[in-house]
Structure formats: C-alpha cells, structure tokens
Design a protein around this ligand. Structure first.
Ligand code: NDP
Length: 327
C-alpha cells in the first residue's frame, strides 16, 4: 500500500480530494512503474483536484500532470530499475492517473531519462510549467528574437517565472507583466529588468497598433492581455502563446499580422515528440540557473494540495510548487 491524493465523486455529484492508502493493483496499465519522488502544482492540476473542468474522465482519480522519480519495475528495454526519469504531458494526471501518489504506472514512451546535472527535485521545480517556458523560448528563438525587451505575461506564475529566468540568463532584457506589485523584488531577482503593471497593458488604447515595443513575448495569460500585446510587438516579432490564465477569448484584429508581420506561435507541451522533449530538457539543464530555480520553489506535501489547487486557479501561487509526495 502507498499514499495517493484521491479525487472521488460524491453522491451529490461534487468531488472531494483526500490523501488515502491505495495498492499497486489499482494503478493503470503500463510498462513502467515509477517510485514517484516529486510532482508539482500546475493550472490543470487545480482543475483536476477540483471538479475536473472537463479534463478528468473517470473517478476515483489521481491528479498530478508531471512527476520525477526512480524506475521500480520495467517491461521496456529502454528503462531498468534504478533509472531516474521525468514525465510531463500525455494527459497523465488528466485522463489517466498521475503523479500525486508514491507510485505511478505509465507507458515507456511517456518518459524522458532525467537529464545529466538535474536532480528529481530540480526537474520538478521546472515541471510542466518550466518545460513549457523552455519550449516557448525555443519557439521564439526559431523565429528570431528582436532587439529590445522581451515581454513575459503572468510573470510571477509558474510559466512566467521560469521564462523570465531563462530569457534573462540568455542575455535578453525581460519585462515582466504582473498583477501583483509585491512580486517586483522576486521578478527582479529572477532577472527581469522592467516590471509592467497588468493594468498598463490591459488599459492601453485598444487601437489595433501601438508603439512597436517588444522584441518577443511569452504569454501565459491570453484574453485581453494577448490582444493588447499583439499591437505592441516590433515588426516581425513573435509571441509564444502558452496559456489562458486571463481568459480564452481573443478580442484582437488581424492588423498586427498584416501590417507588422507579427507571428503568433501556439505552444503545446502535451504532445511533444521525444526528440523535442529531450532537447528542451537538455536546454533546461544548461540555460536555467539553478539558484534562480531554487528561489521559485514553494515546498508542499500531498495534504497541502486541495488548498494549493484552489489557489492556483485564482492566480495566487507564486513560482513553482514542488510536492514531495513521500513526505
Ligand atoms: P500560474 O497560475 O502559476 O500563473 C499564471 C499567472 O497569470 C498568474 O500567476 C498571474 O500572474 C497571471 N494571471 C492570472 N489570472 C490573470 C488574469 N485574470 N489576468 C491577467 N493575468 C492573470 O499558472 P502557470 O504559469 O502554471 O500556467 C499559466 C497558463 O499556461 C495556464 O493557463 C496553464 O493552463 C497554461 N499552460 C499551458 C501549457 C501548454 O502546454 N500550452 C503548459 C503549462 C501551462 P501575475 O500575478 O504575475 O499577474
């Protein structure tokens, strides 16, 4: 028997989450069983700890969209007991059981060997949010980052914090947009050279084009924020759109695309092919300063998750929550 955060559907149709003992027989089918050491709290986890937001298909459910740990048993030649592995994506923690348990069973294809130089805890300090931030930076690089500040929206959140640290470490000026002025010191320590208040972007003129300002953008917010930012991009610059913390509607015009050649790049961390996953994890190991990563960490245990899940949906989590599932 081992510990897991189990989300159950009650008779009244509502869900409740609690830490329970479960057995290996209850784990889903898969060819690799992993002794999970760390998982994290992402926006989707907030949904899955609660009513599911359409992501969870069957209950009881173990959320946790990412984890890192040690292989315990493997029917696949690529992995043997004792190997350190990391997993993000594949809808693990959504439509199959995830990382909020001391054991997880998955398909070997879903795993990536832990990159050289990273511990399992560091890998989860990065987690899905940080992995996605790296994919976003790689996409911007592929399309060319212009001179001038790179904007990061939702900067104090998980994706935003890691994107800020990576971009700053690569030598870019970083302007972090935040709705929480009290995070300014935190963002400056991560390498932001400019703090932009959320209202400054949201309350701009709503003209389709404004002054060309940003040489690139990692956007974790979407909605009105993304619509405004598109009109502020430099000619030919790119926005890597990662999330919708501020809403799914995009009240924009085509003008920034037509008259400024702006690129809108969609970033999906879930279905990335193995080579890209490995490349992104390799870049994380080299391009993300570990002291900055440590400064983002909020430590947690399985029993903290119901509250943290609610907090992240309200945009109240700073940095990266790292869950020690064995604690
Ligand atoms: P967090 O909650 O950690 O960060 C989101 C940040 O966005 C908040 O901290 C806040 O930053 C800002 N924010 C929240 N609500 C609003 C609002 N109404 N208006 C403007 N800003 C707001 O989440 P993550 O960083 O983990 O994820 C961010 C988004 O990216 C989510 O939508 C998530 O689902 C998505 N995502 C997508 C992935 C993909 O593969 N495409 C992978 C991972 C995440 P501040 O306080 O600084 O303003």
């Amino acid at each position: 028997m081992f510990k897991a955060l189990l989300v159950e559907k009650n008779d009244d149709g509502k869900t409740s989450a609690s830490v329970q003992e479960i057995s290996t027989d209850q784990l889903p089918q898969g060819d690799v069983t992993v002794a999970v050491e760390y998982s994290t709290v992402n926006y989707k986890d907030g949904l899955c700890i609660g009513p599911g937001g359409g992501l969870v298909r069957t209950y009881p459910h173990v959320p946790g969209i990412d984890f890192a740990g040690t292989v315990e048993a493997s029917d696949d030649d690529r992995y043997k007991p004792g190997d350190k592995v990391v997993l993000t994506g594949w809808r693990v923690g959504e439509n199959r059981w995830g990382g909020y348990a001391e054991k997880a069973r998955v398909k070997a294809d879903m795993l990536v060997p832990l990159p050289e130089g990273l511990t399992t805890r560091q890998a989860m300090a990065v987690g899905t949010a940080g992995f996605t931030a790296m994919l976003a930076v790689m996409a911007l690089e592929d399309h060319g980052i212009k001179d001038g500040p790179v904007l990061v929206t939702g900067a104090a959140g998980g994706v935003g914090s890691v994107a800020t640290a990576i971009l700053a470490n690569l030598g870019h000026q970083v302007a972090g947009v935040t709705g929480r002025p009290e995070t300014a010191d935190y963002l400056t320590a991560l390498g932001a050279t400019q703090i932009v208040a959320r209202e400054e972007i949201n309350e701009t003129t709503k003209r389709p084009l404004e002054t060309e300002t940003w040489g690139g953008c990692v956007d974790a917010v979407g909605g009105d924020m993304l619509a405004r930012v598109l009109g502020q991009m430099q000619y030919g610059a790119s926005v890597a759109a990662v999330g919708l913390a501020g809403g799914a509607n995009l009240p924009a015009t085509v003008v920034p695309f037509l008259l400024r050649g702006v690129n809108l790049l969609g970033i999906d961390s879930v279905m990335q092919p193995f080579d890209n996953r490995q490349r992104a994890w390799g870049r994380i190991a080299t391009d993300l300063p570990m002291d900055k990563l440590e400064s983002m960490v909020v430590p947690a245990t399985l029993s903290d998750l119901p509250k943290l899940g609610a907090d992240i949906l309200k945009g109240q989590v700073q940095g990266r929550v790292v869950v020690d599932v064995t604690a």
